[in-house]
Design a protein around this ligand. Structure first.
Ligand code: F6P
Length: 341
């Protein structure tokens, strides 16, 4: 088989593990892999490069994706869809492995419906894709955020300040909750649970009244106030209709300082959470996903997405575009909340 391989959407640690595994499994079974550059943009423009065991050697510990990525949506016009099919045929491809989040996989499912054999591999640091217990990238991002929280503890304590840490998580509070729990956060704000700033401040005041002189507040970038306020960084939306989030931490810090009188600072972690070398968990999950994706194509089972169920790699149908996200397990949030205040 000749298999096209692309990575789309926001990058995350572990993508190179998938690429390496796809190439290894394919080459050991007599198939070829053509890397498509920059996600769906590469299929649209015909940007390809052969991938061999040699070209993927040494990429396992590297962050990002050697293939590049973009948030391109070819389904914005029929002409673009046709161009993708033209390139698919011109390069003699039999099938595609698309590695990405909800948007990339939604496009994969549309191509599959139009007759292109595609298998999906789920990725996102946000961990909010339905059908898989974990996505790779999440564990690394959580560890980055946890380490930041650990570091903020000592400076917060020295200065007797409140530290607000903004983490990623467009629609879900997985990173905020797991990193906050691991780092011992004193309050966590997530998109799934609209927050009341008065409640946050009262909880912090009570903690300080009990003699604690500093606090750590973790806020997911997509957290919304009970009045429904969401903070965007820039006007407009991308090709999939997403606003660019970021900055809610600054607002929360200002509100906390004004309402409590405690000196407050903010740290916005941003893309630091997506960069750098993947954790062992993410390397292994990415590797297992990549191997299974090629197996599915060799078995003639396209239109599927690999997924983690417990400790097993399974496969499920490719997600439909706009499918509902996997929101945070609220029991986990309640467990984390036991330590608030
Ligand atoms: O979807 C993953 C994610 O990291 C979100 O948490 C975040 O809102 C978004 O990507 C940022 O994307 P970009 O790289 O386009 O700024």
């Amino acid at each position: 088989m000749k298999i096209g391989l692309l990575t789309g959407g926001g990058d995350c640690p572990g993508l190179n593990a998938v690429i390496r595994a796809v190439v290894r499994r394919a080459s050991r079974s007599g198939s070829e892999v053509l890397g498509i550059r920059n996600g769906w943009a590469g299929l649209l423009k015909g940007l390809v490069e052969p991938l061999t065991d040699y070209s993927v050697a040494g990429i396992l510990p590297k962050g990002g994706t050697i293939l590049g990525t973009s948030r391109t949506n070819p389904f914005t016009s029929r002409e673009s869809v046709q161009k993708c099919f033209d390139h698919f045929r011109r390069y003699g491809l039999d099938a595609l492995v698309a590695v990405g989040g909800e948007d990339t996989l939604g496009v994969a499912s549309l191509f599959h419906k139009e007759g292109m054999p595609v298998v999906g591999v789920p990725k996102t640091i946000d961990n909010d894709l339905p059908g898989t217990d974990y996505t790779f990238g999440f564990d690394t991002a959580v560890n980055v955020a946890m380490e930041a929280i650990d570091r903020l503890h000592s400076t917060a304590e020295s200065h007797q300040r409140i530290m607000v840490v903004e983490v990623m998580g467009r629609d879900s509070g997985w990173i905020a909750t797991v990193a906050g729990m691991a780092g011992g956060a004193d309050y966590i704000l997530v998109p799934e649970q609209p927050y009341d700033i008065d409640e946050v401040c009262n909880s912090l005041k009570q903690r300080h009244a009990r003699g604690r002189r500093f606090s750590i507040v973790v806020v997911a970038e997509g957290a919304v106030s009970k009045e429904g306020r969401l903070v965007a960084q820039a006007p407009g939306v991308d090709e999939f209709g997403h606003v660019r989030l970021g900055g809610i931490g600054t607002l929360i810090a200002r509100e906390i300082e004004e309402r409590t009188g405690f000196e407050t600072r903010v740290t916005i972690l941003g893309h630091v959470q997506r960069g750098g070398s993947p954790s062992a968990f993410d390397r292994v999950l990415g590797t297992r996903f990549g191997l299974r994706a090629v197996d599915l194509l060799h078995e003639g089972r396209s239109g599927r997405m690999v997924a983690l169920s417990g400790s097993r790699i399974v496969d499920i149908p490719l997600p439909e575009p706009g499918q509902e996200k996997r929101s945070l397990d609220m029991q986990l949030y309640r467990d984390a909340a036991t330590f608030f205040g």
